[in-house]
Write a protein that binds this ligand. Structure first.
Ligand SMILES: C[N+](C)(C)CCCC[C@H](N)C(=O)O
Ligand SMILES: O=C(O)CCC(=O)C(=O)O
Length: 445
């Protein structure tokens, strides 16, 4: 385990020219020789030290407070945080619980803090202002840090479904791919037009996002109504709005569908429902039913293949609506009433209310206002965020071939994050670090 930063004085300024703004005089303010900034000759945030925290005044009546131990633990100098792997090197557990800065200094780019390291040596840390503001926890941010510009939709999305072209997505620049995945992030789905109606082109498109997630249905799958796999997707039956993989502990993130052909028959239209839109209505109209769906775990299974019996861990499953433990925001919808297992864990007092809740959920899911029906055609690939948008299909006859793939949620979110770094967030590199590669100040590291 890496010891707490070596005893030598380490100023993590790299080749940064110390900000000329070091105009503040620092006056030792108490017998421990701990100093705090006093007269400020600039408009940088005021920094003050008390026994446990550094307080920053961004402007009058707008303060943030950071515990000393928190700041020391979050030092991003190359000795405390690996500049390439972005992993913590400082030994958190060697940081004295009562650690306190020797002094703090506001500079043009951020806050400099000097820590006691040994009896004679110190360690200096630097925190950019934008990073401190982004990661303020006291007071907790008023609005959720999640800056997603998510657009909830109902049936009227049919007027302008999010669409990109195959040429754009597969182009040499990643910008087309960024537009594609930004649409999925914003709307929960996106159509890709102009895709050659072949499994090969569809697989290539899938892998443009990230590696395909292999399951009991195969890696890249093609299916038709032949029950070649033990699932009703391999029949001509209608399938109600559902998310896939409720029987997995970790349902896939994206699902791509490409209707390759449909001959000698009709039907097989695709249904999409924005689960976040429907949940917002349920929460508004029936908050108690919403709360129940966010509380009651639903078991599920995939037991149609003799060689497989999938159930999530724990077997009681996960709630239909998963809420962020901190922000309470809805982060995932998990719903497939066909794949649901026996509800043997329900508290008897909840049984009737739970059925009332799922009846209301189903009523909203299947309302005309929620349902978006689209008849897919060869050449158009549908990509669905399986954590948000439910999909289904109408019954059909004739010969219908569909191909597609699953992409893991982490592969999808990672690719999106890399593209957002590249195209949407301005450079976060401070003059403390090499001007190439990912900044140690990238969001949420
Ligand atoms: C997509 N593909 C046809 C390969 C499999 C479909 C699996 C459907 C399953 N009932 C679920 O909800 O996950
Ligand atoms: O056949 C379709 O269009 C969709 C099948 C389906 O819902 C699924 O594979 O999960």
């Amino acid at each position: 385990m890496h010891p707490i930063a070596p005893a030598r004085r380490f100023i993590c300024t790299g080749n940064r020219k110390l900000a000329t703004a070091a105009t503040q005089s620092v006056i030792p303010s108490n017998e421990l020789g701990y100093a705090q900034q006093n007269d400020k000759k600039d408009d940088f945030p005021t920094a003050n030290i008390d026994d446990r925290k550094v307080s920053l005044m961004w402007e009058p009546h707008n303060w943030s407070r950071f515990h000393h131990v928190w700041l020391r633990d979050h030092c991003r100098c190359p000795d405390c945080f690996h500049p390439i792997t972005k992993q913590r090197l400082v030994n958190t557990f060697d940081i004295p619980p009562d650690i306190k800065p020797i002094n703090v200094r506001s500079t043009a780019e951020g806050l400099e803090v000097t820590w006691p390291a040994t009896a004679t040596e110190t360690h200096s840390s630097f925190y950019p202002w934008f990073w401190l503001q982004e990661n303020t926890y006291d007071p907790s941010p008023r609005n959720s840090r999640n800056t997603d510009e998510r657009v909830l939709w109902g049936s009227r999305i049919a007027n302008s479904p999010p669409t990109v072209t195959h040429q754009d997505v597969m182009g040499s620049s990643d910008h087309g791919l960024y537009k594609y995945l930004s649409n999925v992030d914003k709307f929960g789905f996106c159509l890709v037009t102009g895709v050659p109606a072949t499994p090969e082109a569809t697989e290539q498109l899938s892998e443009r996002i990230g590696f395909i997630r292999e399951t009991q249905y195969g890696k890249f799958w093609e299916f038709t109504a032949d029950l070649s796999k033990g699932d009703t997707a391999y029949t001509t039956m209608a399938l109600g709005a559902h998310t896939d993989n409720t029987y997995f502990t970790d349902p896939c993130g994206l699902q791509l569908f490409h209707l390759l052909s449909h001959t000698e028959g009709t039907g097989g239209a695709t249904l999409l429902v924005d689960g976040f839109y429907v949940a917002s209505i349920l929460k508004e109209l029936h908050p108690n039913l919403y709360a129940l769906l966010a509380r009651v775990p639903v078991p599920a299974h995939a037991a149609g293949e003799p060689s497989a019996l999938y159930r999530p861990s724990p077997p009681t499953g996960y709630p239909t609506l998963r809420l962020d433990a901190v922000s309470d925001e809805l982060v995932q919808v998990r719903w497939n009433n066909d794949d649901r297992s026996v509800m043997s864990h329900l508290d008897p007092s909840l049984v009737e209310d739970w059925y009332k809740a799922i009846r209301m959920w189903n009523k909203l899911l299947t309302s005309q206002d929620s349902e978006y029906w689209i008849q897919l055609t060869p050449g158009t690939v549908l990509t669905v965020d399986n954590h948000r948008v439910l999909h289904g299909r109408s019954a059909f006859d004739g010969k219908r071939r569909v191909c597609g793939a699953y992409i893991g949620v982490d592969e999808y979110r990672s690719k999106l994050a890399v593209l957002q770094e590249k195209f949407s967030s301005g450079s976060r590199l401070t003059s403390h670090e090499p001007s190439v590669g990912r900044s140690v100040w990238s969001p949420s590291l």
